[in-house]
Design a protein around this ligand. Structure first.
Ligand code: MLT
Length: 404
């Protein structure tokens, strides 16, 4: 018998996307002749762009020669990639120094690991619906309290619904930590500059830390939507930011991310201690760094060719999103997102809940969606569709939707 961290026992058996994968696998087993099209988990259709493939091949060749072979690298990432990320920020008019950038093996790991740094009794606030990693990682750390009526009683939920235009209201009592993800997963909605500035202002006035997930910034098409929270004055004092190569450059299988912890953020009670020093300490202890070849591939994403090629891929996914939105609207669905994001948030038909809609799509059209309620109580009555499929699969999915 093993004595365990009992917080894990509070969680449902399966992570949301694992649960969906099980249900889809069971359906596939029972209907082996049917072609299932996934509009579920946000996994890219690939392939990697030529600039990335070339960089990977070159780096692999280096690893095969004694003179250029690399063993352990710096835990926080090679300078060449941190400098490339810093230069990317410069293009946004933002100064982030390479020593404030930490290369990781994906934004999911970084955002899931970051709560290691937080006080055990810190109160966290999340938008609802929300990417489940923010909540589950805090449940594991014992910060969530007890599950009561579909919510954790120590987590502050900020409902984002069509009634409030998917804009979270400020919490009545300030939490220690606020998770924001924009463009938003799962609703596909955005915070325009003024709205994000108001959150930075709120965090500064109330001593909160914003954990800002910018994994989908490459999908922004409108001019007044910030690509980084650091475009807002004062954000350096109150926000850490997570960036991902997964959706921007098709790295879901390669794994690479960049996390920014500005040196301006200090630890309460220790004014000389930057928060970044604790993240560095954590990473040096528990992580040996993203593979050299992957970091070279990520560096290529920031080259002129890589940027142009990735932008073309992203434009293709946005094209899928626009086609899906148009098709769903034609059928009378109420639809949100899909303009600055690869996610489309669909209101389920009257009388059908999120999981009911999931089953309907799977059984009647062999399409996989993500039930909105899986992202939180305010997601009930919605489903999320992704635009990450191939153009052919997206077109076929649209044809099947029309038959419903
Ligand atoms: C999603 O579908 O929400 C994402 O693909 C999950 C992830 O990035 O971990």
């Amino acid at each position: 018998m093993v004595s365990v961290n009992t917080n894990f026992l509070k969680l449902g058996t399966n992570y949301l996307f694992t649960e969906i994968a099980h249900r889809v696998a069971a359906y596939g087993k029972a209907h082996p002749d049917q072609k299932i099209i996934s509009l579920g988990i946000g996994d890219v259709a690939g392939p990697l762009v030529p600039a990335v493939v070339e960089a990977l091949q070159k780096a692999c060749a280096e690893m095969g020669r004694r003179e250029t072979f690399r063993g352990y690298g710096p835990e926080q990432g090679y300078p060449f990639l941190r400098e490339a990320v810093s230069a990317e920020y410069k293009r946004l008019g933002v100064t982030i120094r390479p020593d404030e950038i930490f290369i990781g093996d994906g934004a999911k790991s970084d955002v899931g690991n970051f709560p290691d740094l937080l006080a055990p009794d810190a109160v966290i606030a999340v938008t609802d619906p929300v990417y489940p990693v923010y909540v589950d990682s805090n449940v594991m750390a014992g910060r969530a309290g007890t599950w009561v009526d579909g919510r954790w009683d120590r987590i502050v939920y900020l409902p984002c619904t069509r009634e409030n235009g998917f804009f979270p209201d400020f919490p009545a009592r300030a939490p220690s930590i606020i998770y924001l993800c924009y463009p938003n997963n799962p609703t596909g909605t955005v915070l325009h500059r003024d709205a994000l500035a108001a959150w930075v202002d709120y965090a500064r006035k109330n001593g909160c830390l914003i954990i800002y997930d910018a994994a989908y910034e490459a999908f922004i098409t409108e001019p007044d939507v910030p690509h980084s929270i650091y475009e807002i004055d004062g954000a350096r004092e109150v926000a850490v930011e997570f960036r991902s190569y997964s959706k921007t450059a098709g790295f879901t299988g390669l794994r690479c991310s960049a996390t920014v912890v500005p040196s301006d953020i200090r630890v309460a009670g220790h004014p000389d201690m930057p928060l970044s020093a604790l993240w560095k300490r954590r990473q040096c202890t528990k992580y040996n760094g993203c593979p050299y070849v992957v970091q070279r591939a990520a560096e290529a994403v920031h080259s002129p060719e890589g940027r142009a090629q990735c932008a073309e891929v992203v434009a293709g996914y946005l094209g899928n999103a626009h086609s899906l939105v148009a098709a769903l609207q034609k059928q009378g669905f109420q639809v949100f997102g899909g303009i600055n994001a690869p996610y489309i948030w669909v209101r389920t038909p009257e009388g059908i809940d999120s999981w009911g809609f999931f089953e309907l799509l799977l059984n009647k059209a062999q399409l996989v969606c993500t039930p909105g309620v899986g992202f939180g109580a305010s997601g009930e009555g919605y489903a999320r569709l992704t635009a990450f499929g191939s153009p052919e699969n997206t077109a076929e999915a649209i044809e099947r939707l029309a038959t419903l």
